[in-house]
Design a protein around this ligand. Structure first.
Ligand code: ATP
Ligand code: MG
Length: 372
């Protein structure tokens, strides 16, 4: 089955053509990320306007890339050839989502194709299900723990039940996945998401005014000795529940930073980044371990933008060895938002709406990970 996936939940406009949920034929992505640097975060109206500007060029680009792989010669032939169109319906920014949802509806109507609504957070899980691309996904020379793939499994009996940890810019969720489309919420953040905390701390440190996770991670990797180890709190680490809280950690980091200016001493930037990163990862690993031990799981699947974090990937793979369960971490290119895993999620959670019933599909900015 050939699915054209469309993703426009925030500041990325993406489209991809994927075969049978596993094989990426082509993908295209444009982002308005740079624009949001000057405002220190996304201005929803600006992001939506950029979605509108990028939508058609991204769609044309992906179809032109997919055409020769399908033995076709142009954009229209690709749109006629696909079996279904999939689109992110939420969660996300309403203006951005509306561009994707309405654009996808127009395409589905014009080409008489079924449209499959996809939950963006469920999409993050499917970064683990795609076949690796030769050369790029297996490259560990960037010092990022290499991806491990569900390709290692011959059948899904060896995957499910799986424990899913989603760590992204807007969400931090622990979910029990009994099979495709069967998700049980275990816990999540009660305030800031892990990615949001990374971004806010990066801003406090003057590293970046918008997305700062990779910069914190880079500075932390340059820390040779962390004399601050244990100075920041590990919120809720010993609590019985599976919830997270990163807001207090953010404030504690701010206080630590301020303590240097009041002492008039130089800021140990790399050490602060290192201690902050360890604090976040300590909590993520501790809660994941507790949930893994309490549920009879066969694998742990990681997803979301923060899953690009080397320390998290490495320690989660270590946890898998300790517990004797398989751990899958997505390839770096499938951690942050894209349409490849949206098309994959649509294949594995196939709920098509025919072209004459498109009114049934609506953008839903507040969708949770277990919501259909
Ligand atoms: N190496 C890294 N270390 C830590 N955080 C990272 C790293 N790379 C990316 N991130 C963080 O990932 C987040 C972006 O992830 P993603 O694109 O999944 O979020 P989103 O789509 O905005 O949110 P959501 O998926 O919840 O709607 C940002 O907060 C970014 O700082
Ligand atoms: Mg995301």
């Amino acid at each position: 089955m050939i699915i054209l996936g469309i993703e426009t939940s925030c500041d990325e406009t993406a489209a991809a053509v994927v075969v049978d949920g596993r094989e990426e034929l082509a993908s295209s992505l444009a982002t308005s990320e740079e624009l949001h640097q000057s405002t220190g975060g996304v201005v929803p109206e600006v992001a939506a306007r950029k979605q509108l500007e990028f939508f058609v060029p991204v769609l044309e680009d992906v179809c032109i890339k997919a055409a020769p792989k399908l033995g076709l010669s142009n954009y229209t032939e690709v749109l006629n050839k696909v079996d279904a169109i999939a689109v992110t319906v939420g969660p996300g920014l309403i203006g951005s989502l509306l561009v994707g949802v309405n654009g996808a509806k127009a395409l589905a109507f014009a080409h008489n194709k079924p449209l499959v609504p996809v939950n963006h957070l469920v999409g993050h899980i499917y970064g683990n299900f795609l076949r690796p691309l030769q050369h790029s996904d297996s490259n560990s020379s960037d010092h990022i723990a290499p991806a491990t793939y569900l390709d290692n499994f011959s059948n899904e009996e060896n995957i499910f039940p799986a424990l899913v940890l989603i760590v992204s810019g807007g969400h931090t969720d622990l979910v029990l996945m009994k099979g495709h489309g069967s998700l049980e919420y275990l816990g999540g953040t009660v305030d800031d998401a892990a990615g949001e905390a990374f971004d806010k701390v990066a801003r406090m440190l003057g590293l970046s005014s918008y997305l700062g996770g990779p910069l914190i991670s880079k500075a932390a990797a340059e820390c040779r000795h962390n004399s601050l180890l244990g100075q920041l709190p590990r919120p809720k680490i010993a609590d019985e529940d599976y919830d997270f809280s990163f807001s207090g950690l953010k404030t504690a980091t701010k206080n630590l930073i301020n303590s240097y200016s009041s002492k008039d001493s130089p800021l140990p930037l790399n050490e602060i980044c290192c201690e902050f990163e360890i604090a976040v990862v300590d909590v993520l690993i501790a809660k994941t371990k507790k949930a893994a031990q309490a549920n009879n799981i066969k694998s742990i699947l990681l997803g979301g933008g923060v899953s690009a974090n080397k320390q998290l990937r490495t320690r989660l793979l270590g946890l898998g060895q300790e517990l004797g369960v398989f751990v899958s971490v997505p390839p770096i290119r499938l951690c942050t938002d894209n349409a490849i895993y949206i098309a994959s999620a649509a294949y594995y959670n196939y709920r098509p709406v025919s072209a004459d019933k498109l009114d049934l599909i609506k953008a839903n900015p507040g969708l949770g990970i277990v919501d259909q």
